[in-house]
Structure formats: structure tokens, C-alpha cells
Design a binder for this molecule. Structure first.
Ligand code: TPP
Ligand code: MG
Length: 1059
């Protein structure tokens, strides 16, 4: 496109000096046409004379350049007048003289082609007007398409300005038609009957008066050459204006509204134009029509069956958008035809049961028995309502006869939250089957109109769509645009014209379609699937429909949308309309149609009868991501123990070597980094690790054991604190990078480390989805600072914390949350441990049975693991334990900031060797441990504050008097080890010390558990910051004063004597 513009510029007036420069510069010009790429060699410079033509201006040059290309290719292909013009101009005719009236050039076809033009200006302008008109349809035709199944245009709800006004006739309910007159684009032809010439004439006259195109009624019969940017001509290159308009109306203003002209890729625009403009493109065979009808029958009768059997149950039915089912099936059929074997779907409540039944093909009796409130749940956990459950099904696609796996990811009520999760799972499935281009695995996301427009996660998810480590190579989005969200209509629900405008940010084409036209729906779905298969980019299908019932079947919609629902009540159901159309066409007989209905009703009745035999509800039948081979056949862990998480000295040395070197040749790293790597080398020689090296050892050793590791988050490659450096950058060659961790061993698993977009909700959701796909991978998400996790709160609260309880699926995702009070202000300090601890499911008041396998049993029973390691070695162990456990639980790690470089925060290889384990609690092993009876105080703490306590204790000479125990695993709570510590120091009082404020941190969580452990034999004193609203002070001095105060309390042996 850019090159075309450049070429056109050469036809515009040039200064004498420009002309002098241009002469002789002959560059090839490339333009992409319908038949692919064309390359033109300008046979001569084309600067001075033509460029000075009085009729050439910025706009007309577009048209002229079209002519010019065509003429260069074949002088006979353009109108004779242009041929003469270009020849004269090239021969050096002065401005204004190159043009000769075509009247004198007697070519037989000329009389029809634009007829006798009075002058060149008119000739150019008329062609330009036609070209502009064509473009206007391409750009704006969707504003005026008949997307409205209800076809009402007279409802005037109120006088308030309507935000969605651009959609005019796209609106089935007329909400947006209220100010139709004021907002129909004035540059396209509009009429109630677009194919009526009389009306066209009237419109043309109107536009002429307005002066928009300068065309008038008499031009309707004139023949105009079509530009290469349209396909309406089919095999014709010129058409009468009347026919041009008719074909444009057919392409852009019927039941499909195509929004695509914002896409800044010429090939892609041409592809879409071809799909929608080519005459006769939307033809259906008899077979296709009958299949479509059968699918509509299933979709419609399924809802009717549920309504009949359980009229008082919520099901969030699809009535008003029944064509969703054929829509999805078409996308799947077409994708299967293109080689897709695995489709992962995410969707909200609306029509979910119908999708499960008729798209994924879950057994109907399984769905029906979910309606039986008397059935007992077989599985542990809370379970979930039927319209949130997931599903996984492998079957033969009947249209393509190929195997296909369909899964619907379970989701919470929180609309759109599942989007990034689906994308992450899709990416993982692609990754594990080596599908680098998304040819075999794809995702489909369904949305409601209100949620799609309103929820920010939609935007975050779109922004992952083209990032190398996050792309799923194109998602097909389907919006059930029933023009209402619960009780709120679009006038109050969004500021953008369409609910789908958010998709424009990633240049996704948007196909709006009237959902009352099943054939149009099927067609756009075919095109959407082909688009994905061709360009591997996102695409949106906007099913403009209505909602026949209230938000759910119990709701009264007339309270709030009386006019809309009066209209809806009059609306003939789409199945009936389509059946009547096919019967009228003779595609099916009424009897065949009725038989189809009876057949499906019978299927439902039989399944209903079978559902009565179900005695127990199994949530595990609704699992969206099975892990074959990981559990025993009845879904239990294969063992209830965790092997040692240590690794051999040789392994430590080898990984340490890779961590401290550049494994490729001629690669120049930054001098500062060389020093860091040198430091690592020294540590390895000294048999110690710091935090970054411990992490290297953990991840590296897992990779060597064949476990894929993926670390994702903002700036994780280097590390927020510049400590990690997992990706090296050549200082001399742009984009040349090296990931040493991928150079560990020839048979290692791949290491993925990727800086993410600046999103928490989207990226954490994505990684959670990635972790769902396989238990044999360690997936870590790191927050830039721990407190930023709260913008991903929904993923944490709705998926990570209760995921297993709701959906019986485990997930081993790791959250790394930098945390610590370091005088950096209220932000960047606290990862909010209190919130994670408050959501742990262990009982503070019940002392568990202290059996041998307590540690693993606790882990198995918990909803997630929360740790705050104080030593790099323990961090190494806890990461490895994630994989060596025979089951998967989410792991929340509060990670340090200043400890990353603290000289004392080092661990010896000795604690990482075979036979060693993660320490849930690190007991005091200093002088206090020598004479435990003499110890007056036992301080429990966790994380970084240990180093401050330990230093203070030394300064005060209290090493024999005060013992300090580090609680490394906060949850599940190490009851057994706390008890042992308590018993070891019988004369000590107990203090919990934390650097966080009292209403934050760990205190509220640990206190009752410590008390339960010791059978309330002693009090638990508190040494820490006072309660506060903010997580930390913004004043450095206050920070230090607070620190001093709580350290004073911690070591004041009288402080709690009154208790
Ligand atoms: C994040 C979130 N906020 C609010 C709700 C409550 N809610 C449930 S359905 C609904 C309306 C959804 O409208 P739309 O997206 O258009 O879907 P429809 O029900 O019309 O199919 C709302 C607000 C929710 N489920 N999730
Ligand atoms: Mg809606």
C-alpha cells in the first residue's frame, strides 16, 4: 500500500528540482492484485508533464494510479482516453495538453464505457466517485446491513443520545435505530429496498444535491471500470453504476456486516473482499441446507426439552440465538477440514448446556441428571453449578471423518475470566504436540455482548494474541450479541458503537451477522475458520440476535425492556423461519422436517429416562483437562510420599557451570554481566548458592529430568532486580540472544522464559491455563512486585484457590511474589500474605494426627501451598518438590528482594545433595540449641525478618537466651514441627515476629494454629508493626523507627510477662 502511495505521489505536481532528481530513477513497483503479486517495471520516468495536470490531486491520484498500472501492464486494458493521455504525457505533452477527447477515437466499446465525456475532469471525477463509493461500502457497509432479526426501526425508547448509533439497521431490537436518521452514514446508499432502482435513483439524487459524489441519476446506466480493490465484478472488469451499487448492497448491506477496512494489510483486506464481494459466493448445496436445518432443530428442541422438563430451573437458554450451535459446528468442521485435531473452548453461561450437548456431545443423561437436586455428589470439594462445569471429549467429526478432541474449560461466574486460561491451555497443547503454527490445536472463545465490551480482561487477552510466547495462532471469537446484559441495554453498557470494537486493536476482522439468517451465520463462520487457517490471526463473529427470555428463565424482562420484549414476543422463532424457507424452496418437505424434530425429541426422551438411573453425581465426569497416566485408574495419586528433592554434586556443578558461562561462541555480553557470571562461578567453586543460582539449580535440574519449565511474567528474563539473567543479549548484534539453560544437556526438556505484556490478570490466567495441560511441567508466573498480583485477583480467587474443589482438577502453578518491607513505600512492599493465608483450607482449631506421612497428607488435602523461604537452598527444594510430589497443588512463594544479594542469604551444596529435603520449618541450631532449657524466648518468624532478628540478637548478646525458628512453609501449617520446637524450649515464652503490620502478614493465621499446637499452654506474643491501612510507610525514617521498635519488643524479655 505504501508503495502504491509512493508511486501515486510521482504523478503529482513536482517542483523543477524534484523533477530533475526523479528523472532516471526507475524502481520496480509492486502491487498485489486479485491474482496475487504483480511487479511492474516502469518503462519510463513519469514525473513532470502528467504530474502537473490540473485535475490531479491527492485523492484522484489513487484512481489514476490504478489506471496507470493497468496501462503499464496492457495499454488496451484501460479506456482509450487514458491510453492516449498516458502516451501523450509520456511523450512530453505540457500540463493540460496530454488529454484528448475520446470522442474522436472511434472504438466500438467506448460509447458504453462512460459514454461521451464532456471533458477529462468529469471522466476522472466520475470514476473517482465510483471508486470512492465502492470503498465507502467496503468501509461502512456494515453500518447499514440488515443485522436486525426483529427488523424494527420505529421504536423510540427515549430522546437520550444513543451510543451505538452507528449500527443503525444492525440492531434487531431497534434500540439503536432510534436516531437512525441522524446517523446513517451519508456516503453510502441506503434504502429500505436496496435493489429497487427507483429508490436508488432517489438516493443518488439526494447524494448529488448534497454534492457528495457528483453523480446523478443519469449516471446509473453508465459503465464504469472497476478498480482492482473490488471483486464485485466477478469476471467483469466494468459494470454499469446501477449494477455496481446493487452488488455492493448485496455484499455489504444484507444480513452480514463486514468490518475490516481498518486492517493495515493489503493481502488480508483483499482476501476478505474476495470472500464477501464475489458474486454467488454464498451458495449452499442441498445437503448443506439440510444439515443446517438439522442442527437448528437440535439447538432449538434441546432448549425446549429442558424448559418442558425443568421449567423452574435456571439454564441460561439460547432462545433467540439458536444459530450459535450451527455456527460453532461450522467453525469446528471447517477447522477439522484444515487439519485441526484439538479445539479448546471457553464460554459463559448463555447456551452452555446446549453447546455441551450439541457441539461437544456430552451424553444427554449426564446433563439431565445435573438437574436432579436429590442426587448426592460423589466427589470431594464444593462442586459447581452445571453451567460452569467443563468437559473433554474425543470423537469423530462426522463431516470430515477425522478424530477431533473438544474441550470446554470450566469457568467461574466471572465473565471473560476464562479467556486467558483457554489461551494458555491452547498454547500448552500446541507446545506439547510440536504444533508451532497452530495448525492442529486451536481455541474458540464465546462472549456475551455486554461482557465482551465491558471486561478489561478481553483487552488483555487480545494483547497476548500476537506475542511469540503467548500466541495461539489465531482464535475464533463468537459473540452472542443479544443486545442486553442482564437488565442493561447497550445504551448504558458501552461507549463504543459495537460490542466488538475491542478486537480492532489487533486488526481482527469482525463479521457481524443477523443470527436469524442461519445461512449467513454459517457462511461467516466458514470464512472465520478459513481466515484463521490462512492468516493465523484472531477473528470475531458477532451474532446479532435477541434474548427471548429474561436473563435466566425465571427473570421478568418486561420490567426494564418493555418495548424490546413486546417486539421479541412477536418474533417468529428462527427455526420456524428457516424451515419455512427451505420448505418453500423445496429443499425439504414438511414431513421430513417434522420427522427430524420427532427424531431429536425421542433422543432427548430416551436420555431423560436413562438419567433416572444415575444415582450419584460425578464431577469428575466433567473434567476439562485429564492427565492420563499421572494418577491411578481411579484417579488417586500413585503414592503418598515425596522422594528427596536433592541432586548430585556433579549435577550441581554442571548446572552451576552453565549458569556462570556463555555457552555459545563469539557472543559478547555486557561487562557487568560478566562480573555476575564470574561471581556465580566463584560460588560454585565454594559450593554455595545465592537465590538466583539456587533457582538455576532447581529449574536446570528439572529440565535435565525431562520436565518442561516455563517462567513468565513482566521482565522475568533478566529479573526485576537484575539478578536472574536467564537470557543473554549480544552487545554487538541486535536480537541475538542466548538462553544458557537450554544448553544443559542434549536430551533435556526445553526451557521457556518469557517477558510478558504488562498484564497480571491476563498473563496469570494464561499461565494457569498452560499449567492445566500437563502435570509434567513446572509453570511459574512471577509478579513484578508481589502486590501487583491483586490485579489478577480474579484468577487467584476464582481459579487457583478453589479450582480443585470446584472442578476436581489439580494445578501445580507457581506464583513468585516479591515481598518485603524495605522502606520502598506502601506499594512494592507487600505481596499481601494475609490474603493467601486467609484462603487456606486447613483448620486452625484442629490438631492433625501427627503420623509419619503428615507432611504429604497435609499437602494432598490443602487447596494451595504458601511458603516464604529464608534460604536459597530451601527455595531450590520447594521448586523441585512441586514436580516430585505425586499430585499437583498451586504454590505461592513470597520471594525476597534485598535477600537476593544478602551475603548471609547463601546456602551450601551440602543442603541440596541427595537425601536432603525442603524444610518446612528451620529450627534454631545456634548456641540456643545447645542449652535449650536456658532459652527464655522462642521467636517464630518467616522470611527476611529472620536476618534482622538474627543480627539484633547477636548485637544484644542474646544468642543463648533467644531461639529463632523460621517457619518456611506457612500453609499447610507445620503443626508437628512447631510442636517439637515448643517442647524443645520448655522455659521459653513464645513470640511471633513479623515485619508486616499486625492486621497484615501472617499473625492472624499462625497465632491460632500455634495455640492449637501447644494446646493453648502459653500465649503468643506479637512483635511487629502496628495495625495500619497501608502496607508500608512512604517515609524511610518512619520505616526504620518502626523496625527498631518491633526489634526492641522482640528482644525485650519482659515485654509479654504480663500476659
Ligand atoms: C465479571 C462479572 N460481573 C458481573 C457478573 C454478573 N452477570 C452475570 S450475567 C451478566 C450479564 C451478561 O451480559 P452479556 O455479556 O451480554 O451476556 P448475556 O447474558 O446477555 O448472554 C452479568 C452482569 C458476572 N457474571 N461477571
Ligand atoms: Mg447480552
Amino acid at each position: 500500500m505504501h508503495r502504491l502511495r509512493t508511486c501515486a505521489a510521482r504523478l503529482r505536481p513536482l517542483t523543477a528540482s524534484q523533477a530533475a532528481q526523479t528523472v532516471g530513477q526507475q524502481r520496480p513497483i509492486t502491487a498485489t492484485g486479485a491474482a496475487g503479486s504483480r511487479t511492474f517495471q516502469p518503462i519510463r520516468s513519469y514525473s513532470a508533464p502528467v504530474a502537473s495536470e490540473p485535475f490531479l490531486n491527492g485523492t484522484s491520484s489513487n484512481y489514476v494510479e490504478e489506471m496507470y498500472y493497468a496501462w503499464l501492464e496492457n495499454p488496451k486494458s484501460v479506456h482509450k482516453s487514458w491510453d492516449v493521455f498516458f502516451r501523450n504525457a509520456n511523450a512530453g505533452a505540457p500540463p493540460g495538453a496530454a488529454y484528448q477527447s475520446p470522442l474522436g477515437l472511434a472504438a466500438p466499446q467506448l460509447s458504453s464505457l462512460v459514454g461521451a465525456q464532456p471533458n477529462a475532469e468529469k471522466l476522472v471525477e466520475d470514476h473517482l466517485a465510483v471508486q470512492t463509493l465502492i470503498r465507502a461500502y467496503q468501509v461502512l457497509g456494515h453500518h447499514n446491513a440488515h443485522l436486525d432479526p426483529l427488523g424494527i426501526s420505529c421504536v423510540n425508547f427515549d430522546d437520550a443520545p444513543i451510543r451505538g448509533h452507528h449500527v443503525a439497521q444492525l440492531d434487531p431490537l431497534g434500540i439503536m435505530d432510534a436516531d437512525l436518521d441522524s446517523c446513517v452514514p451519508t456516503d453510502i446508499i441506503t434504502s429500505s429496498d436496496k435493489l429497487d432502482v427507483a429508490v436508488l435513483k432517489k438516493r443518488l439524487r439526494f447524494l448529488t444535491v448534497g454534492g457528495f459524489y457528483g453523480l446523478d441519476e443519469s449516471d446509473l446506466e453508465k459503465v464504469f471500470r472497476l478498480p482492482t480493490t473490488t471483486f464485485i465484478g466477478g469476471s467483469e472488469t466494468a459494470l454499469p453504476l446501477k449494477e455496481i451499487i446493487r452488488r455492493l448492497e448485496m455484499a455489504y448491506c444484507q444480513h452480514i456486516g463486514v468490518e475490516f477496512m481498518f486492517i493495515n494489510d493489503l493481502d488480508q483486506c483483499q482476501w476478505i473482499r474476495q470472500k464477501f464481494e464475489t458474486p454467488g459466493g454464498m451458495q449452499f448445496t442441498l445437503e448443506e441446507k439440510r444439515t443446517l436445518l438439522a442442527r437448528m432443530v437440535r439447538s432449538t428442541r434441546f432448549e425446549e426439552f429442558l424448559q418442558k422438563k425443568w421449567s423452574a430451573e435456571k439454564r441460561f437458554g439460547l432462545e433467540g440465538c439458536e444459530s450459535l450451535i450451527p455456527a460453532l459446528k461450522t467453525i469446528i468442521d471447517k477447522s477439522s477440514e484444515n487439519g485441526v485435531e484439538n479445539v479448546i473452548m471457553g464460554m459463559p453461561h448463555r447456551g452452555r448446556l446446549n453447546v455441551l450437548a450439541n457441539v461437544i456431545r456430552k451424553e444427554l443423561e449426564q446433563i439431565f441428571c445435573q438437574f436432579d437436586s436429590k442426587l448426592e455428589a460423589a466427589d470431594e470439594g464444593s462442586g459447581d453449578v452445571k453451567y460452569h462445569l467443563g468437559m473433554y471429549h474425543r470423537r469423530i467429526n462426522r463431516v470430515t471423518d477425522r478424530n477431533i478432541t473438544l474441550s470446554l474449560v470450566a469457568n467461574p461466574s466471572h465473565l471473560e475470566a476464562v479467556d486467558p486460561v483457554v489461551q494458555g491451555k491452547t498454547k500448552a497443547e500446541q507446545f506439547y504436540c510440536g504444533d508451532t503454527d497452530g495448525n492442529r490445536v486451536m481455541s474458540i472463545l464465546l462472549h456475551g455482548d455486554a461482557a465482551f465490551a465491558g471486561q478489561g480482561i478481553v483487552y488483555e487477552t487480545f494483547h497476548l494474541s500476537d506475542l511469540p510466547s503467548y500466541t495461539t495462532h489465531g482464535t475464533v471469537h463468537v459473540v452472542v450479541n443479544n443486545q442486553i446484559g442482564f437488565t442493561t441495554d447497550p445504551r448504558m453498557a458501552r461507549s463504543s458503537p459495537y460490542p466488538t470494537d475491542v478486537a480492532r486493536v489487533v486488526n481482527a476482522p469482525i463479521f457481524h451477522v443477523n443470527a436469524d439468517d442461519p445461512e449467513a451465520v454459517t457462511y461467516v463462520c466458514k470464512v472465520a475458520a478459513e481466515w484463521r487457517a490462512t492468516f493465523h490471526k484472531d477473528v470475531v463473529v458477532d451474532l446479532v440476535c435477541y434474548r427471548r427470555m429474561g436473563h435466566n428463565e425465571m427473570d421478568e424482562p418486561m420490567f426494564t425492556q418493555p418495548l424490546m420484549y413486546k417486539q421479541i414476543k412477536k418474533q417468529k422463532p428462527v427455526l420456524q423461519k428457516y424451515a419455512e424457507k427451505l420448505i418453500a424452496e423445496g429443499a425439504v418437505s414438511r414431513q421430513e422436517y417434522e420427522e427430524e424434530i420427532a427424531k431429536y425429541d425421542k433422543i432427548c426422551e430416551e436420555a431423560f429416562a436413562r438419567s433416572k438411573d444415575e444415582k450419584i453425581l460425578h464431577i469428575k465426569h466433567w473434567l476439562d483437562s485429564p492427565w492420563p497416566g499421572f494418577f491411578t485408574l481411579d484417579g488417586q495419586p500413585k503414592s503418598m510420599s515425596c522422594p528427596s528433592t536433592g541432586i548430585s554434586e556433579e549435577n550441581l556443578n554442571q548446572i552451576g557451570l552453565v549458569a556462570s558461562s556463555v555457552p555459545v561462541e563469539d557472543f559478547t555480553i555486557h561487562g557487568g554481566l560478566s562480573r555476575i557470571l564470574k561471581g556465580r562461578g566463584e560460588m560454585v567453586r565454594n559450593r554455595t548458592v545465592d537465590w538466583a543460582l539456587a533457582e538455576y539449580m532447581a529449574l536446570g535440574s528439572l529440565l535435565k529430568e525431562g520436565i518442561h519449565v516455563r517462567l513468565s511474567g513482566q521482565d522475568v528474563e533478566r529479573g526485576t532486580f537484575s539478578h536472574r539473567h536467564h537470557v543473554l543479549h549480544d552487545q554487538n548484534v541486535d536480537k541475538r540472544t542466548c538462553i544458557p539453560m537450554n544448553h544443559l544437556a542434549p536430551d533435556q526438556a526445553p526451557y521457556t522464559v518469557c517477558n510478558s505484556s504488562l498484564s497480571e490478570y491476563g498473563v496469570l490466567g494464561f499461565e494457569l491455563g498452560f499449567a492445566m495441560a500437563s502435570p509434567n511441567a513446572l509453570i511459574l508466573w512471577e509478579a513484578q512486585f508481589g502486590d501487583f498480583h491483586n490485579t489478577a485477583q480474579c484468577i487467584i480467587d476464582q481459579f487457583i484457590c478453589p479450582g480443585q474443589a470446584k472442578w476436581v482438577r489439580q494445578n501445580g502453578i507457581v506464583l513468585l511474589l516479591p515481598h518485603g518491607m524495605e522502606g520502598m513505600g506502601p506499594e512494592h512492599s507487600s505481596a499481601r500474605p494475609e490474603r493467601f493465608l486467609q484462603m487456606c483450607n486447613d483448620d486452625p482449631d484442629v490438631m492433625p494426627n501427627l503420623s509419619e506421612d503428615l507432611a504429604v497428607r497435609q499437602l494432598y488435602d490443602c487447596n494451595w501451598i504458601v511458603v516464604n523461604c529464608s534460604s536459597p537452598g530451601n527455595y531450590f527444594h520447594v521448586l523441585r518438590r512441586q514436580i516430585l510430589l505425586p499430585f499437583r497443588k498451586p504454590l505461592i512463594v513470597f520471594t525476597p528482594k534485598s535477600l537476593l544479594r544478602h551475603p548471609d542469604a547463601r546456602s551450601s551444596f551440602d543442603g541440596m545433595l541427595p537425601g536432603t529435603h525442603f524444610q518446612r520449618l528451620i529450627p534454631d541450631d545456634g548456641p540456643a540449641a545447645q542449652r535449650p532449657d536456658a532459652v527464655k524466648r522462642l521467636i517464630f518468624c518467616t522470611g527476611k525478618v529472620y536476618y534482622e532478628l538474627s543480627k539484633e540478637r547477636k548485637n544484644r548478646g542474646l544468642e543463648e537466651t533467644v531461639a529463632i525458628s523460621r517457619m518456611e512453609q506457612l500453609s499447610p501449617f507445620p503443626f508437628d514441627q512447631v510442636k517439637a520446637e515448643f517442647e524443645r524450649f520448655p522455659n521459653a515464652d513464645l513470640v511471633w515476629c513479623q515485619e508486616e503490620h499486625k492486621n497484615q502478614g501472617y499473625y492472624d493465621y499462625v497465632k491460632p494454629r500455634i495455640r492449637t499446637t501447644i494446646n493453648k499452654a502459653k500465649n503468643v506474643g506479637y512483635a511487629g508493626r502496628d495495625p495500619a491501612a497501608a502496607p508500608a510507610t512512604g517515609n524511610k525514617n518512619t520505616h526504620l523507627v518502626e523496625l527498631r521498635r518491633f526489634l526492641d519488643t522482640a528482644f525485650d524479655l519482659e515485654a509479654f510477662s504480663e500476659q
